[in-house]
Design a binder for this molecule. Sequence first.
Ligand SMILES: C[S@@+](CC[C@H](N)C(=O)[O-])C[C@H]1O[C@@H](n2cnc3c(N)ncnc32)[C@H](O)[C@@H]1O
Length: 287
Amino acid sequence: MDSAKKKPRNLREVLRGKLSKRELGYLVKSFDSVGNIAVIEIPPELEKKEKVVGEALLSVNPRFETVCKISGAHKGSFRIQPVKVIAGKRNKTALYIESGCRMKVDLGKVFFSPRLSHERERISKLIKKGEVVGAFFAGVGPFPLVFAKNSPMEKAIAIELNPHAVKLMRENIALNKAQEKVEPVLGDVNKLASTKFRGKFDRAVMPLPKDAGGFLEATMLSIKPSGGVIHFYQFSPTDDPFSGPLKRIRETASKLGLKTRVLRKKMVRSFSAQTIQVVVDFRVKRA
Ligand SMILES: C[S@@+](CC[C@H](N)C(=O)[O-])C[C@H]1O[C@@H](n2cnc3c(N)ncnc32)[C@H](O)[C@@H]1O
């Protein structure tokens, strides 16, 4: 077959004739796929060519209707990452599917990352029949919805501070017919976990890796007095990922007079050259 007629298989191949060798060197190796929207990092050296990159991405991945570039870092307590459409339909609301759940995600107005999907699946397998789960920092609902579909839990209370995310979470709960399993709550985990939901949960998930330490006390108080499990996510230094989170857990438990037992320490994903995201699963109960 004439090689000139071969269909290009990947982004780099399509861009070979459109970017210089130097420009190709700046192209990132991967991008996030959030349903029908691709989210890619465009380095400053490629900014003038962002439309070319976006259109090339659409041409090799017909399932994408829109390509967005990341236009800033995660910021504020809602951890929102600004994005800008660079090719395709001018729409930032993705329909994302994970572990049999459909979710609407308004990129740029809520936090969302597909990169913790394996964690949602892992925890679903740990949840036992009848458990009541505190799904803290719930965003548009990926953790509680995946649990509702894939675990034998009784129900999850999904607490989230961003009203826009809670609105989408309500829509996503309806979309997945999970009204009996997931209860969305607009509010602050620190206020609610230690008061209204004190002593209520068999398990709590804390996917707020930047600040979760400041919520550990309230989260421990939300666990049933007979004991339960907490999944504590943190960003940590790559060369010593677990000392910090383990110390924080020990100190908080000792302040509250609680006993803890580490069940699992795990590196979740690398974040930057010096930073890694980790999770510590631990059991906590009255001493
Ligand atoms: C890293 S995101 C995780 C979102 C979601 N679990 C996911 O995986 O897509 C953290 C979420 O916590 C929310 N958040 C931040 N501070 C909070 C607080 N004090 N109480 C409740 N939610 C909070 C943010 O708005 C954000 O949606």
